[in-house]
Ligand binder design. Structure first.
Ligand SMILES: [Zn+2]
Length: 461
């Protein structure tokens, strides 16, 4: 049996790992690659294997860098099931359609501006393709064993990363030989608001572990609240707009619930909060539908009713003209819009209309991958290139990392060392420096066989 790493190899996006077991092929995650635009377009369009030859996909969670290539897979002939938790399937309903819709809209804009003779650009997939892909989802509960294909059994365990996120414990059987493989997916943090703590993985022969923060230690959640208060208050006092790149469901919930507390405590005057997405999703409903994913404290709040996270303060915007109206609306207010790394979608219009004014604040709360516009802005780029036009960046830029829903170095090392019998470890889903550093820490921690695979590298299990 064989494992091939097709994505998130010394980078954070495009999670995709192929298992060959007894003639069957199962994919762990099927994510969108985000990075340099030409390279991303090529990689996201051309899959390195035949989708029709795959038996199943096991999906760890709904983030696009893990799920965003599923519509392409189905469009190219994939016939099997996509196994995920129920909450992940529900989030994918919104996120994949949103992704298809965004691509259609962006292609329209680019094609409108194209000069004579230039070829039309085509979306990777459309909203209709995304809807077709949703028909392949099969939700399965946490903590029960299922068969993805003959010889490939799996069980989802809580990952504590976002609503519905799972780690995967696999049992692989080929010609009478059995191997156990654990996959962390994206691993969350203990004592983080809303989601449950990550579960401990069962013993395994091999482990695929993420390394987003493989060389970093996080600050405490309490100091994050102060940091948010400071930057948001400054922008409020200037009467500025606060533009926050993020999807409606995900990191924003943490941010909204902190703002809600700050408003209630009287530390920050309340201001309008907009979630601008063509498929605006009422986050409260998605959370309320999945009590199985919530921690005890959140569950108690939900049971009491009311509005524990302040989601009722959010105004959801669907229509394009309402979105455009925000361009001329005087601040202070905050708008959250996708995509989270500023590579596509309505966030680009909000940036276009806000980066040049020093009153405004660009607030980054999510991880920004290398070579994305979000990363360049978060690192202080003086020019923002949006739909081919260059804009000088004069707005304040703030980056708050403490809301990260990823485990840090200490958590990751602890998770790997908790497994008995020194399993072989494959370190993925981290930029080169983070990935290699975690690999080194794991070796130093007593694990003798640690790999930091390159894209396309295969390993006999
Ligand atoms: Zn994630």
């Amino acid at each position: 049996m064989k494992l091939t790493i097709w994505g998130a190899a010394r980078t954070v996006t495009g999670s995709m790992h192929l298992l060959d077991v007894g003639g069957r092929r199962v994919l762990l995650d099927c994510g969108l690659y985000q990075g340099r635009r030409a390279e991303a377009a090529e990689r996201n369009r051309n899959l390195p294997f035949d989708p029709a030859g795959l038996d199943a996909v096991i999906l760890s969670h709904a983030h696009l860098d893990h799920a965003g290539t599923i519509p392409t897979l189905v469009k190219r002939g994939f016939q099997g099931e996509v196994y995920s938790t129920a909450a992940t399937a529900d989030l994918c309903r919104y996120m994949l359609q949103d992704s298809g819709h965004i691509q259609e809209m962006d292609c329209q804009i680019v094609n409108k501006r194209r000069k004579n003779g230039e070829p039309c650009v085509e979306p990777l997939y459309t909203q209709a393709d995304a809807i077709a892909a949703l028909g392949h989802f099969a939700s399965v509960p946490y903590d029960r064993t299922f068969t993805a294909a003959p010889g490939v059994q799996f069980r989802f365990l809580e990952a504590g990363h976002i609503l519905g996120s799972a780690q995967v414990a696999l049992t692989l059987t080929e010609n009478g030989t059995t191997r156990r493989l654990d996959f962390t997916g994206d691993l969350g943090r203990k004592n983080f608001p809303v989601t449950r703590d990550p579960a401990s993985l069962p013993p395994a022969d091999a482990l695929i572990i993420e390394s987003t923060y493989g060389n970093r230690r996080h600050s405490e959640v309490g100091s994050v609240k102060d940091a948010i208060l400071q930057v948001v208050k400054r922008a409020y006092d200037r009467g500025g707009k606060i533009v926050c790149p993020a999807f409606a469901v995900g990191r924003t919930q943490g941010l909204v619930s902190i703002l809600h507390d700050l408003f209630n405590e009287g530390k920050l005057p309340p201001m309008p909060l907009f979630v601008d997405s063509p498929l605006a999703v009422n986050a409260t409903n998605v959370f309320a539908l999945h009590p199985e994913c919530l921690d005890a404290e959140t569950l108690a709040k939900v049971r009491k009713g009311g509005d524990p996270f302040g989601f009722a303060r959010l105004t959801y915007i669907t229509a394009a003209e309402d979105s455009r109206r925000l361009n001329d609306r005087p601040g202070p207010f905050m708008v959250m819009s996708a995509s989270g790394m500023c590579e596509a979608g309505r966030i680009l219009h909000h940036l276009r209309h806000s980066v040049e004014d020093p009153k405004n604040l660009l607030l980054f709360v999510g991880f920004q991958a290398e070579h994305t516009l979000g990363r360049r802005l978060a690192e202080g780029a003086k020019i923002a290139k949006i739909y081919g036009v260059e804009y000088p960046v004069r707005a304040e830029v703030a980056r708050i990392d403490g809301l990260s829903a990823h485990a840090d170095k200490d958590d990751l090392v602890a998770a790997a060392r908790a497994l008995p019998g020194k399993p072989r470890v494959f370190v993925v889903h981290g930029e080169e420096e983070q990935c290699l550093s975690l690999a080194e820490s794991l070796r130093a921690g007593g694990l003798p066989q640690v790999e930091a695979p390159l894209r396309g590298q295969s390993f006999a299990l």
